[in-house]
Design a protein around this ligand. Sequence first.
Ligand code: NDP
Length: 338
Amino acid sequence: MKRIVLASRPPGKPGPENFRLEEEPLPQPGPGEFLARVIWLSLDPYMRGRMSAAKSYAKPVEIGETMTAGCVAEVIASNHDGYAPGDLVVAPLGWATHGISDGTLVQKIDPKAGAPLSAYLGVLGMPGLTAWVGLNDILEAKPGETIVVSAATGAVGSLVGQLARLKGMTVIGVAGGADKCRYAVEELGFDACLDHRAAADAKELGKQIAAAAPDGVECYFENVGGKTLEAVLPNMKTFGRIALCGMIAWYSGAENPAPAPVVWGAILRQRLRVEGFIIFDRYDRQPAFVAEVAPRVADGTIHYRETVAEGLENAPAAFMKMLEGGNFGKQLVRIGAD
Ligand code: NDP
């Protein structure tokens, strides 16, 4: 089997030197364990945090340890009563071709449900649940309100915007590049989408948001921080709400730090409610999410897009590219045949 381990911790943007491919004999499952072959590997922005030793909500990946990841996999040998060879699962097996599990945090996939296997890592998986929880439970979004969504065409943002449209909200996306913005409006049905890469600074982007939302913004689904956050804040209505889901512009420490007095000042003056959330606390909401979203994915109401890298060897390059916006939709790595 092959796996990719953390070779060193990046001080800023991750580079190829931070990863190492290792090869070893296929492990055998012990009592109460199963062995699975990975079919799809999910690359997610949170993995940048796991490469750092800084204190966070989850423990860091150790040097020499397999990089963390959720995978879709097929059980190929089992000593676990609940899993038999041929079972398809979503499991935290890491950046690897195979993995051993004792069933912790594993979910079985029902092949009769008919969804493509990769969807269980995107629109019907962790990013989809994040979008649904953020919109419904954190923002408590309502019909008739205006919402801004950043990283608007990504795994999380694309579903946030579509669910908000289905609720009868006005949806303004912020995404990187004309192609992504066109897709958000023409295929995802957003009312507008603004290109943060084309805007010279936060002020210019802020003016574009003001033009798209002349009456102001009730809800902001925050995925990025940086320039976009600075642009959205002055457009928030009094008593507006922000779901703080991510801040990818700052994960590698590169983009401008929005000055604290600007951010705190806006929260105070505009009496905003800001709530951070980590989806791993919210898996009790999964049944309600699946019940609402799965039928809409199946009947084509909800669209999603994927960027697929081929083979484990290409996972580091795909991950580094994703952190810079090189993905268009959910970033995956195909490891084995479906
Ligand atoms: P995406 O599929 O959206 O991919 C990341 C995107 O971030 C890139 O495509 C890029 O889009 C955008 N981006 C990168 N750098 C910048 C920048 N400097 N300024 C603005 N946008 C940037 O990833 P996900 O949908 O998986 O995740 C989106 C966010 O949600 C992340 O911040 C992630 O950490 C967070 N998240 C949080 C969870 C939680 O539990 N709180 C769970 C899951 C995700 P573009 O080209 O449009 O700029």
